[in-house]
Design a protein around this ligand. Structure first.
Ligand SMILES: Cc1cc2nc3c(=O)[nH]c(=O)nc-3n(C[C@H](O)[C@H](O)[C@H](O)COP(=O)(O)OP(=O)(O)OC[C@H]3O[C@@H](n4cnc5c(N)ncnc54)[C@H](O)[C@@H]3O)c2cc1C
Length: 496
């Protein structure tokens, strides 16, 4: 049996593929450039605080359960998920709040407070997004789109579901109040898209949250990463850290293994790259063996990348659990469309911002020393195509965000900070090796979705596979775990 698989990278896509293949009897070895697993879900441990580097919102939890079940285990024995309520607390620019969860009556009562006439429109919105969700997620997310025919077959249904409309426009058909439109249209930002140009297929994220809930992994996302690592090791998989792959070795149409930065060569029957798909093609594979679809020209000139992120992880020596904040907080600025245009199209660093403020100690005090609070605040910013010099701009940008939080949400914040770390677009480029410093790889626009998105099997090498945010179906934990199902099934021959 040709069963040795090398996985490059230990993001959730790589971990998902490795666990699935190890459970199916493959010999799996993972090579990770950093000193710890998790990719964007890297865990920073500073002064007794635990800060999850990236994903904090767990949706579609059954996708993790399925992985453990495939190995004959129970996810609950490895890591605990607890529901978040509310899912999000969303603040407008004046500090007024809108909460939502998956209780329809609660959502209607919240809408009622903002705009009574929109209750009816919201109900119609939910009905139509159910159809989009069934098609876009349940039926198609874990199916490979390797052939143009796969795409052509679904076009009539995409037209019927109005996928040619953008998320914000789609929501606006049903909901009149501008703030509520923002509350039900921000979801593409969670996967790297601008709600004003992302296909309305992504309106189904709100439905997905309602259907399966929003969860938090106790001990943080880092505990979920550790659970997957333990499972893979129990199944015989091996992890190599500080092990950057510098070349995928090829012979004709086959990938034969990898060469690491230390010069060592490792052979495999199948290679899966969980590294950034543009970076992998341009830096790890020989240009002369790549066709037009994977040429440098395609990645440099004909691909649009998602925005980047500026994230500050900070711990305070006092608590802020006074009821104002929830676990997941979204703080919207006054400008919405214009700010998004600054980030995605004009690529300028605006003076205002919209923020996601994560307070894991709301649910899980073990993330900080006793009596302390752990946070991260995230601001979407342009990717490196902006030309912004982050070595200069990071400090003043950080100061502006912290001052804003101190003035509006976290009194005396700066006097109480006892631990801090931050990342900016240079981190995504230099540490995570993501082209353009993009936080979510390719932007999820219609012309970069399904068959148009990088495929999960290479067109140039028969036994080379791609999983992760830049590949089909896209970013976010449910997306990258779907890509790992496709890679598993292509390798085992369950699908072709
Ligand atoms: C700040 C932030 C918050 C987010 N919040 C959420 C959320 O709440 N919920 C959600 O569902 N999604 C969220 N996302 C999106 C989600 O985290 C990502 O889409 C997903 O984790 C990406 O996983 P991936 O499989 O693409 O791998 P990545 O996480 O990108 O990991 C790839 C790994 O490959 C390694 N690597 C790359 N090149 C090489 C090489 N040559 N050799 C060896 N190793 C290499 C990298 O070091 C990295 O560890 C968030 C993203 C960010 C950045």
């Amino acid at each position: 049996m040709n069963n040795k698989v090398i996985v490059i990278g230990t993001g959730f896509g790589g971990l998902g593929a490795a666990a699935r293949l190890a459970a199916r009897g493959f010999e799996v070895e993972l090579f990770e450039k950093r000193d710890k697993p998790g990719g964007r879900g890297y865990l920073y441990e500073i002064e007794g605080f635990k800060f999850d580097g990236g994903p904090t919102v767990i949706t579609a939890p059954f996708m993790f359960d399925d992985i453990f079940e495939l190995a004959g285990k129970k996810r609950q024995d490895y890591v605990e998920f607890v529901p978040c309520d509310p899912f999000y607390r969303i603040f407008d620019h004046q500090g007024r709040v809108f909460n939502y969860n998956n209780d329809p009556e609660f959502i209607y009562s919240q809408i009622q407070q903002w705009s009574p006439e929109d209750v009816d429109g919201y109900q119609r919105f939910i009905k139509t997004t159910r159809d989009i969700f069934k098609k876009g997620f349940v039926e198609l997310a874990d199916k490979p789109f390797l052939h143009l025919g796969d795409m052509l077959r679904i076009i009539p249904e995409l037209v019927q579901l109005q996928s040619y409309k953008f998320v914000y426009t789609y929501v606006s058909q049903f909901v009149k109040d501008d703030f509520l439109r923002r509350c039900f249209s921000f979801h593409p930002l969670l996967v790297g898209g601008n709600p004003f140009v992302t296909t309305s297929i992504y309106a189904m994220i709100h439905y997905l949250e309602r259907e399966w809930g929003v969860y938090y992994a106790m001990g943080g996302t880092g505990a979920l990463v550790q659970a997957m690592v333990r499972l893979i090791e129990e199944l015989g998989g091996r992890f190599r850290y500080d092990a950057q792959v510098e070349e995928i070795l090829v012979e004709g149409r086959r990938a034969t293994g990898v060469r690491l930065a230390d010069g060592s060569i490792h052979q495999a029957d199948h290679v899966i790259s969980n590294g950034d798909v543009a970076w992998t093609n341009m830096n790890l594979l020989p240009a002369k063996s790549r066709g037009v679809r994977n040429s440098d020209r395609r990645w440099n000139q004909f691909t649009r990348y998602s925005m980047s992120l500026f994230v500050i992880y900070f711990g305070t020596k006092r608590r802020y659990t006074d009821g104002k904040l929830a676990h997941h907080n979204i703080i919207l600025g006054e400008r919405y469309k214009e700010l998004l245009t600054d980030i995605f199209r004009r690529k300028v660093l605006a003076e205002d911002f919209s923020l996601y403020l994560h307070m894991p100690t709301f649910t899980d005090p073990t993330m900080a020393p006793e009596g302390h609070e752990a946070f991260y605040v995230l601001s979407p910013v342009p990717h490196l195509g902006s030309g912004i010099d982050w070595t200069v701009m990071a400090k003043p940008y950080r100061d502006a965000i912290m001052q804003f939080l101190e003035d509006n949400y976290l009194p005396d914040l700066q006097a109480n900070i006892v631990a801090e770390h931050r990342i900016d677009p240079l981190h995504f480029q230099n540490t995570l090796l993501s082209h353009m410093g993009s936080a979510f790889s390719l932007e999820p626009i219609l012309t970069q979705s399904a068959w148009f998105r990088p495929h999960n099997r290479s067109e140039d090498f028969d036994n080379l596979y791609f999983v992760g945010a830049g590949t089909h179906p896209g970013a976010g934990l449910p997306g990258v775990l779907s890509s790992s199902i496709i890679a598993e099934q292509l390798i085992t021959g369950d699908i072709r």
